[in-house]
Structures are given as C-alpha cells and as structure tokens.
Design a protein around this ligand. Structure first.
Ligand code: SAM
Length: 303
C-alpha cells in the first residue's frame, strides 16, 4: 500500500496527522465530548489503555492539565512523553498497576476515567468479546477506587452477545448509562462506548481490587426483569462529520490541497518492531506452499 492510500481510505487517520493527534481515536473522544460534555468541570482524569496517547492529548488540552499533571495515563506499552500527563506503564488487570494508579488519587479523587482498551483481536468473536469485557471491568474496578461521587466513566465496549450483563453491572454504579457510537468509529466495527455519568455506588459498597466484577457463575442469557437493562443507543458526531466507512478524494471538499503528513508520533517500541527488522533483512519466515513442504509434512496435511 502506498503511503497516501491510507489517507484516502481513512479520512480520520489523515485528519489526525494533519491536526497533530497521535491516533485517529482522538476524534472518537472529541465526538463523545460534543454529545455528552464529558470535560465540563473536569480537572483530574485517568486515561486507561492510553497508548499511543491521542486521548491523553485531548484530555490534557481540554481540561487544562498541561504542566500540572492532572492526567494519569496507563498502558502496557511505552508511550512517548506528553506535557502534563503522568505515565504509568503496566497492565490494568494487574493489582500492582491498579494500586499504582490509585495512589495518585488518594485524598483527591478524579472527575473522569476513560478507557479505550482493546485486546489483541483473535478473530474468534466470543474470545475477543470476553477479553474486551475483562478490560472494561478491570477499568471499572479502578474507577470505583478513584472516581469522586458524580464522576464520569467512559469505556470502549464490544456490542456482543453478553453486553446486557455489562450494562447491568455499570448501572449498579452510575445513575446514567448510555451506549454511544461516534461517527469516527467504523459502522463495520462492533466497537461502541459506554458513557456512564453520575458515579453513585450502592450504599455500603467497599471497593475491592481483589474481586473481579464479572461473576462467572452468571448465565448471561437469563438476565430478566429489573436485571435486564436496555440502555439507550446514541450516535454522535453531527451529520456533517466525515463518514469513517467512506473513502474520500485526497483534495477534501473544503478546497484544501492534499499534502502528505507523516504520523505525529510513531510508536516508540511497538511489539511488531522485531518482525519489521527481520523482514527488512529478509529473515522473516515465509509461509510455505504445500509443494515446498517436505514430503513427510505433505503426507500429514488434511485432505
Ligand atoms: N486511546 C488510545 C489513543 O487515543 O491513542 C488508543 C488505545 S489503543 C486502541 C488500545 C490500547 O490498549 C493499546 O495501546 C494496548 O496496549 C492497550 N491495552 C490492551 N490491554 C491492556 C491492559 N491489560 N493494560 C493496559 N493497556 C492495555
């Protein structure tokens, strides 16, 4: 693929580079904020699963955290530094990471916790949805320790078979739960965002990091009556916003002439780096065609 074809195929990818965002995901958070005024009155925020950092960029610009460290960003991957953003490298499903995050908010809770976490997708939908749910629940668990009453939680969610259980769990902690799909999120993707406002844990609730919130004994399909929560689904980004499923000509409708822009901040240590280096040296293992396989292997191939 030529370096400009991705700009044509994905207008938000192109606009992200031109506007100095590290990733196209920045537009998702911006469009969610347009619809739900997420940043109103917010001075302290946590960005879970933050790399390469476009949501942290948006947060630090929108909530005036520049220079004063009001945004804490966490990811498994190393992330290039951002002004006003305190970074923690770690796994949000691990107790040690959760504890490290919480200690930054002791005595001064956060107004907003966001999580754009995505597992490495396997293509096995049930597995992917389960992993995604685990990330969301790990994020919710952290949120129950750091959010102030009335605070807001926004997390990526896969609208799969068992999403009702997650909505029900979120409704235990928040007075309003909505499912939102920003225009910059492709229609073809089951990704959406749970927007939860008004943090209000049940009376007597004691946050406990050692207990996962997803109870494996649940029969997901048996949720009924008041436990079956149907949450409103909202699309956001007005009709004039670009459609993320369309290809656009390189010269955009506003008359601006196309000029290639390199990525704002390439990943500093991506997991695929070793594979790229091996490929450049021609040392990456190539897929074998059956006719190239040793006889013994061919014999064992399924017919
Ligand atoms: N919001 C980010 C931005 O705007 O730049 C993009 C986030 S990217 C879609 C998903 C991130 O989730 C990846 O950087 C990945 O490393 C992170 N992630 C996945 N599982 C995680 C975990 N268990 N703990 C911490 N981060 C995780």
């Amino acid at each position: 693929m030529g370096r400009t074809s991705k700009d044509k195929r994905d207008v938000y990818y192109r606009l992200a580079k031109e506007n100095g965002w590290r990733a196209r995901s920045a537009f998702k958070l911006l469009q969610l904020d347009e619809e739900f005024q997420l940043f109103q009155g917010v001075t302290r925020a946590v960005d879970l699963c933050a790399a390469p950092g476009s949501w942290s960029q948006v947060l630090s610009q929108k909530i005036g955290g520049q220079g004063s460290g009001h945004v804490v960003a966490v990811d498994l991957q190393a992330m290039a530094p951002l002004p006003g953003v305190l970074q923690i490298q770690g796994d949000i499903t691990q107790l040690s990471t959760a504890k490290e995050i919480i200690q930054h908010f002791e005595g001064c809770p956060a107004d907003l916790v966001v999580c754009d976490g995505a597992p490495d997708v396997t293509g096995l939908h049930d597995v992917d949805e389960y992993m995604q749910a685990q990330l969301l629940l790990a994020a919710l668990n952290i949120a129950t320790h750091v959010l102030k009453p009335g605070g807001c939680f926004v997390a990526k969610i896969f609208r799969g078979r068992d999403v009702t259980l997650i909505y029900s769990q979120l409704r235990v902690f928040f007075s309003t739960v909505l499912c939102a799909k920003p225009k910059s999120s492709r229609n073809s993707s089951i990704e959406a965002f749970a927007v939860c406002k008004g943090y209000d844990p049940p009376e007597g609730f004691l946050p406990d990091l050692t207990k996962p919130l997803l109870d494996h004994s649940y029969d997901f399909n048996q949720l009924d009556g008041p436990t079956r929560i149907i949450v409103p689904f909202v699309t956001c980004g007005d009709l004039s916003a670009y459609d993320s499923d369309r290809s656009y000509p390189l010269d955009l409708e506003d008359g601006s002439e196309y000029k290639y822009t390199p990525p704002t901040q390439p990943p500093i240590s991506p997991p695929y780096q070793e594979a790229c280096t091996l490929k450049k040296k021609g040392r990456l293992a190539k897929e074998m065609r059956p006719q190239d396989c040793p006889i013994s292997t061919v014999d064992t191939l399924p017919q």
